[in-house]
Write a protein that binds this ligand. Structure first.
Ligand code: GRG
Length: 296
């Protein structure tokens, strides 16, 4: 990679292949009972996601000179949690979406009860993977425990789920024509989407043997990246008319231009936090550029 032009699309395709191979081994077989649940779990995990979060785990590990093979279980665990969040987010009681990644959503294919349970099973499998599989690939016990703690905190009530609660409550405010400030909507984005992205980078750095200073810089990078990622997601939704009435979409609440400006500023800060890293952080820099200019 060093010295040659870096191709992010090829890099992400290689990371995806690696992660998918491990996910395939970790997920229960479709013919294993309860078959419906296992079919649903495989359906949602293998439905064409970008694998951004597992790529970030592996790239953060690599950026600090770590062994990416040791970071694969954590990368898969984070993708399982991301997938669960999408399944629950699509449910009629939350966003009520019929299509995800161009395919019918989990509850449309398997029904609401199975979709709810599929999300639960993916979330718990993630912690089974973090606790059992990391030791098998040689991650030290203290690091295993810390990764579990970092991921649990990021996914839970003060992280992703907490952000989703803020999102639901913001919808209520918009419904009553109560104005949402830039700070309020930024806080939602930093929790709902940013927390898991930050955890992805942090566990990658941790497994890779990062110093406290390196972890701090990478967390700061990821915090800005996650924020920008949700803004560009909002901009893409707004462009294709995919925003529901009263949704706290930044592009709709603050306008396209201000949202683009906030995303660009966040990405500039994100890349700035990588200054203390060498060319091994090239993929992380390229991902930041991709987030700003992505088409989906
Ligand atoms: C408990 C009922 C219940 C719901 C919880 C936790 C939760 C619902 C939702 C989490 C919030 C959430 C879904 C945020 C969306 C973040 C986002 C931008 C998703 C899209 O990510 P991509 O583009 O997706 O990486 P792909 O398809 O590429 O994997």
């Amino acid at each position: 990679m060093m010295g040659e032009a870096f191709n992010l699309a090829e890099h992400m395709a290689r990371r995806t292949a690696l992660v998918d191979e491990v996910l395939d081994k970790l997920l229960p077989r479709e013919d294993e009972p309860p078959e419906t649940l296992h079919k649903a779990m495989r359906y949602v995990v293998f439905s064409g996601g970008k694998r951004l979060r597992p790529t970030l785990v592996l790239d953060a590990c690599d950026a600090v000179g770590g062994d990416v093979m040791k970071a694969l279980p954590a990368a898969c665990a984070i993708e399982l949690i991301h997938t669960y969040s999408l399944v629950h987010d699509d449910l009629p009681c939350i966003d009520n979406d019929d299509v995800r990644r161009g395919m019918p959503t989990c509850h449309k294919v398997f029904g609401e009860a199975i979709a709810l349970l599929c999300g639960d099973a993916l979330l718990t499998l993630a912690f089974e993977v973090l606790s059992k599989e990391q030791t098998k690939v040689g991650v030290a016990p203290d690091v295993v425990v810390e990764t579990i703690s970092v991921v649990a905190e990021a996914a839970g009530h003060l992280g992703m789920v907490g952000g989703q609660v803020m999102d639901v409550e913001a919808q209520g405010m918009l419904m009553h024509d109560i104005h949402l400030s830039e700070e309020q909507i930024s806080k939602i984005h930093r929790h709902k989407t940013g927390a898991l992205i930050t955890a992805a980078v942090d566990v990658g750095a941790l497994i890779g043997g990062a110093s406290e200073e390196q972890r701090k810089a990478l967390r700061a990078y990821a915090h800005e990246l996650g924020f920008a990622f949700q803004i560009t997601d909002d901009l893409l939704d707004a462009e294709c008319g995919h925003v529901k009435n009263r949704e706290p979409n930044m592009a709709m609440v603050l306008g396209i231009e201000r949202s683009k400006q906030l995303a660009a500023e966040a990405i500039e800060r994100a890349i700035g936090h990588l200054n203390c890293f060498n060319e091994r952080a090239l993929p992380l820099r390229a991902i930041a550029e991709f987030v700003l200019h992505r088409e989906r």
